[in-house]
Design a binder for this molecule. Structure first.
Ligand SMILES: [Zn+2]
Ligand SMILES: [Zn+2]
Length: 354
C-alpha cells in the first residue's frame, strides 16, 4: 500500500429507507455486489407505486419495514457479476422486477410470475429502486430502444400490469370495455386496451383530474362513482346490455358488485386490483349470467417485449402525460409521506430522477 492510500473500503450509496411504519429517511448503505448471473444497475428513473406507499404505512402484506422498496425503474448497467453473457456495462435497461426459482412447473413453462418461490426487488433484504444502485439478474434486464427516455422505460412496469390484464382478458377488436378505477394501473390498462382497438370504453374514478386524463387517453365516457351508480350509467349507455369486459382496477368498497352489474351476460370480469381484505362476489349473479371472473397478477418478459414494441410503434405516446411530478431522491421521503396522507388525490405517477 502506498504512503497516501487509504485502506480499501466498500463504496456507499444513497437510498430512501422505511426504517419503521410511517417513517421514510435518506440513508447511506453499501453498494451491493452482483453475484453470478447478476448485474449492478445504476438507477436513472424510478416511479413511486401505491404499493410503496402501503409499505411506508406498514399495511402492505409482504413489503414490510425496515425495507428499501421501489420496483418501477430503468437504469444503466454499471458492473457485471461472474458468468454474465448477454449484457454489457453501459447497457440501458428497463427492469422487470421479479425472478422465479427457475425449477418449479410455473418457471419451466415461463409463467414465473406465479412461481411460489419467486423473489421481488425491494422486498426484504433486496434493495429496491429507491437507491442509487441495485442488483438484478441478467434475465430481468430488458434492453431499451435508443430513443426511449429512462422515465418512460420506468413506466413500462405498471404498463405491463395493464397489458398482461388485457392479454388475460383476450380482448377482441370492437369489444366494449369498462375500467373501474383509473389510478396508474387503470390508466395503463386503458392504454393497453386502446392498443387492441376496443369499442365503446367507459372508466370510473372519483378524481376529476383522472377522469379528464382518461378521456385524453381515449376513454369515451368517464363517470364519477361518488355521484352516480356507474353500473346503471354503463347499462343505460349500452342499451341495457352491459359491456363485454370489465376491468376492476381499484379495490374500492362495492366495486365488485358494480363490476358484476356493469358486465353483460357471458362477459368477462378481470380483477387487477389487490384486495388485501374483503372482496366477495355475488355468486348467484355470476352463475345466472355465466360471467367469467379472471384474475391477473404482474407480467412476464412476454409483456415487456410486447410493451417495448408498442412503444417503438408510437402506441404509448401518452406516457409523459401520466407523470404528475418529477422529484430528486432527497425529496422522496416527503413525497411518500404526502401520498400516504392522501394529500395528492389526483396524483398518477411521481418519478424520482437520479
Ligand atoms: Zn407497483
Ligand atoms: Zn419457480
Amino acid at each position: 500500500m502506498g504512503l497516501f492510500e487509504q485502506p480499501a473500503r466498500g463504496r456507499v450509496m444513497k437510498a430512501m429507507k422505511f426504517p419503521e411504519a410511517g417513517k421514510a429517511e435518506i440513508v447511506e448503505v453499501p453498494v451491493p455486489t452482483p453475484g453470478p448471473g447478476e448485474v449492478l444497475v445504476r438507477v436513472k428513473a424510478a416511479g413511486i407505486c401505491a404499493s410503496d406507499v402501503a409499505a411506508f404505512k406498514g399495511t402492505h402484506n409482504f413489503r414490510r419495514p425496515p425495507v428499501i422498496t421501489g420496483h418501477e425503474l430503468a437504469g444503466e448497467i454499471e458492473r457485471l457479476g461472474p458468468d454474465v453473457a448477454g449484457r454489457r456495462v453501459g447497457d440501458r435497461v428497463a427492469l422487470e422486477p421479479h425472478v422465479g426459482c427457475g425449477r418449479c412447473d410455473y418457471c419451466r413453462q415461463d409463467n414465473y410470475h406465479e412461481c411460489p418461490d419467486k423473489r421481488f426487488v425491494g422486498v426484504g433484504d433486496w434493495i429496491g429502486a429507491f437507491a442509487e444502485c441495485l442488483v438484478a439478474t441478467e434475465s430481468m434486464c430488458h434492453p431499451m430502444p435508443a430513443r426511449m427516455p429512462f422515465e418512460e422505460a420506468a413506466m413500462l412496469e405498471p404498463f405491463c400490469v395493464g397489458l398482461h390484464a388485457v392479454r388475460r382478458a383476450e380482448l377482441r377488436i370492437g369489444e366494449t370495455v369498462a375500467i373501474l378505477g383509473v389510478g396508474t394501473i387503470g390508466m395503463m390498462t386503458l392504454l393497453a386496451a386502446r392498443c387492441g382497438g376496443p369499442g365503446w370504453t367507459a372508466v370510473t374514478d372519483p378524481s376529476a383530474a383522472k377522469r379528464d386524463l382518461a378521456i385524453r387517453c381515449g376513454a369515451d365516457v368517464a363517470l364519477d362513482p361518488t355521484r352516480h351508480d356507474p353500473a346503471a350509467a354503463i347499462l343505460e349507455a349500452t342499451g341495457g346490455m352491459g359491456v363485454d369486459v370489465v376491468f376492476v382496477a381499484a379495490a374500492a368498497p362495492g366495486v365488485l358488485e358494480q363490476a358484476v352489474n356493469a358486465c353483460r351476460r357471458m362477459g368477462r370480469i378481470v380483477i387487477i386490483a389487490s384486495f388485501f381484505t374483503g372482496g366477495g362476489v355475488e355468486a348467484r349473479l355470476l352463475q345466472q349470467r355465466e360471467q367469467t371472473v379472471i384474475g391477473t397478477s404482474m407480467y412476464t418478459g412476454v409483456d415487456y417485449r410486447l410493451a417495448i414494441r408498442l412503444w417503438e410503434q408510437g402506441c404509448l405516446a401518452q406516457f409523459p402525460a401520466l407523470v404528475t411530478e418529477r422529484i430528486r431522491l432527497d425529496q422522496a421521503p416527503d413525497a411518500v409521506a404526502a401520498l400516504a396522507a392522501g394529500k395528492l388525490p389526483d396524483n398518477i405517477k411521481t418519478i424520482i430522477e437520479f
